[in-house]
Design a protein around this ligand. Structure first.
Ligand SMILES: [Ca+2]
Ligand SMILES: [Ca+2]
Ligand SMILES: [Ca+2]
Length: 289
C-alpha cells in the first residue's frame, strides 16, 4: 500500500513537470522496518568530509505522535567552519510536503510544513518546533555552500541515491527540487507547536534501527511531536545541511484517523455519557411530575 501511494505521489509530481519517468522507481520507494519508514542516503556524497555526510532519515507514526530520526556525521549543533558567516555549518530545517506538487510550487504557495530541530542553525524560524504555512529560503550563501543543486552534482558529488532511496536519480531530484538554489531552511511560517528531542535510548526503545541497513552515523538525532500539529496523507520530506553539501529525502504516508482502539474507546465514552444524560432526563421528568 505504501509503495503504491508513493508511486502515485511521485508519478503525479513527474507528470506535472513532464520531466522524469518513474519506471523502475517503485521497487526503491520507501522501506518499512519495525514501523519506521527509512530512506537510505548515498554514503560519501557529503562534500567536505564525513561531518557533512548524511546516511539516513526515518519516520515513525503512532496513534498520537510523529517520530523523526536522522543519522550521519553532522552533530545537532553543527561543526566549526571558518568560511561560514557564523563560523558554524549545521543542519538545515526539515520540510514535509503533503501537497502533491513539487517543492518550489509548495514553497511559493506557503503550503509546506517545516520543522526546525537544530536550535543553533541559521533558520528564519524564531525557535525550534513545528511550523505550518511555510515558505522555504536558502542559507547556503552564508554557509560557504553550493549556489544550486546542479552545482553540487556537477562538482562530482552526485551518486545513486544522492537524495536517498526515495529520490534515487538525478532526474528524480531535479524533478522534485529543481536544479537551482537549495532552499534549506524555513523562511517564513506559523509555529504550531514544539518538538521533544529524544535520547538514543528512547529511539532504540521506539524500534529505530539504522544498523539494520548498515547506515548508522556517528551522530543520530531524533525528536517527536504531536500528530495533531500535522497534516496527513502522502508526503515527501527532505533536509539538507546548511551548505547543501548533503541532503536526503523520504517519501511516505501519514494516516489521518485515530487507531481502531481509539475509536472503540470513544464509542464507549459516548455510550456512558449518553446513558448518563438519559438517566438525568428521566430524573428531571420524575422531579417535575
Ligand atoms: Ca550521504
Ligand atoms: Ca551556519
Ligand atoms: Ca545525500
Amino acid at each position: 500500500m505504501k509503495l503504491r501511494n508513493i508511486a502515485t505521489l511521485i508519478a503525479g509530481m513527474a507528470a506535472s513537470l513532464g520531466l522524469i519517468s518513474i519506471t523502475g522507481q517503485q521497487a526503491n520507494a520507501g522501506t518499512l522496518y519495525q514501523n519506521w519508514n527509512y530512506s537510505i542516503d548515498a554514503f560519501n556524497d557529503g562534500s567536505g568530509g564525513s561531518a557533512y555526510d548524511i546516511k539516513s532519515i526515518a519516520v515513525k507514526e503512532t496513534a498520537d505522535s510523529i517520530f523523526v530520526a536522522l543519522t550521519g556525521g553532522m552533530p545537532l549543533t553543527g561543526t566549526y567552519a571558518s568560511a561560514a558567516v557564523d563560523k558554524n555549518i549545521g543542519w538545515g530545517d526539515l520540510f514535509f510536503n503533503f501537497t502533491g506538487n513539487n517543492f518550489q510550487t509548495a514553497s511559493d504557495a506557503k503550503s509546506l510544513f517545516g520543522i526546525r530541530f537544530a536550535g543553533t542553525n541559521d533558520s528564519n524560524a524564531s525557535s525550534t518546533g513545528v511550523y505550518k504555512n511555510v515558505q522555504a529560503t536558502s542559507v547556503t550563501g552564508i554557509n560557504n555552500g553550493y549556489s544550486s543543486l546542479q552545482q553540487y552534482n556537477d562538482a562530482g558529488w552526485y551518486k545513486t541515491n544522492t537524495l536517498g532511496t526515495d529520490l534515487p536519480t538525478k532526474a528524480d531530484a531535479y524533478g522534485y527540487l529543481g536544479q537551482g538554489s537549495v532552499l534549506n531552511v524555513i523562511g517564513s511560517g506559523t509555529k504550531v507547536g514544539d518538538i521533544t528531542m529524544l535520547t538514543a535510548g528512547a529511539l532504540t526503545a521506539a524500534g529505530l534501527d539504522f544498523a539494520h541497513f548498515a547506515a548508522s552515523g556517528t551522530e543520530t538525532i531524533g525528536f517527536q511531536f504531536s500528530k495533531s500539529l500535522f497534516d496527513s496523507g502522502d508526503y515527501l520530506a527532505h533536509v539538507f545541511v546548511e551548505c547543501a553539501n548533503d541532503g536526503v529525502a523520504l517519501a511516505g504516508e501519514l494516516k489521518d484517523v485515530p487507531e481502531p482502539t481509539g475509536l472503540g474507546g470513544l464509542a464507549v465514552v459516548g455510550l456512558v455519557v449518553g446513558g448518563s444524560q438519559l438517566r438525568k432526563r428521566r430524573r428531571v421528568r420524575v422531579s417535575v411530575n
